[in-house]
Design a protein around this ligand. Structure first.
Ligand code: HEC
Length: 142
């Protein structure tokens, strides 16, 4: 193969990388439509509800308003593989892990970004319920 072709392919490769990074960044908006919220509600019930509640600590922390507290990219990475984020040395993730006595949250490699965004849509929508805010205030007062 001539060097000329090689550099063309390198260029194509870089363009493809940029495009895929761009499209991933594009999909990081938490959806607000009812279909996504309903799909997230079902995924949450199947995978998360045994450990997480809203406005109340269970085996894991309350997830009320978590979408306002943490960046979406962090939430996706943590939900897909919390141990990888903790091992990367992320100070908040390490703090949380210690707070929860090194309890390992399971990995969810089977959930893709869009499914996690649906779960976050459900969490965001559910967090609008004022009862959870009231509960959180009680927890904060301790
Ligand atoms: C077996 C219990 C368990 C299951 C199931 C589980 N989690 Fe967790 N989760 C935890 C624990 C424990 C923590 C605290 C951090 C740690 O110990 O790693 C946590 C932390 C989190 C955090 C960070 C919360 C904060 O305050 O910053 C998010 C977000 C989260 N989980 C989302 C989810 C979602 C979404 C699902 C379902 C796809 C899920 N978790 C399933 C136990 C669980």
């Amino acid at each position: 193969m001539q060097p000329y072709h090689l550099s063309e392919m390198k260029y194509l490769f870089i363009v493809l990388c940029l495009l895929s990074a761009y499209s991933q960044a594009q999909t990081l908006n938490i959806p607000t439509d009812n279909n996504s919220i309903q799909s997230g509600k079902k995924l949450f019930a199947d995978h998360c509800s045994k450990c997480h509640e809203f406005g109340k600590q269970n085996i894991g922390p309350s997830l009320a308003s978590i979408t306002d507290k943490m960046p979406t990219s962090w939430l996706i990475a943590f939900i897909q593989n919390s141990q990888m984020v903790i091992r990367s040395g992320d100070p908040y993730a390490v703090f949380l892990y210690n707070e929860y006595n090194n309890m390992v949250m399971p990995e969810f490699p089977q959930l893709d970004n869009n499914q996690i965004l649906d779960i976050l849509a459900y969490i965001k929508d559910t967090s609008l319920d004022k009862t959870y805010t009231a509960d959180n205030d009680t927890i904060d007062a301790h």
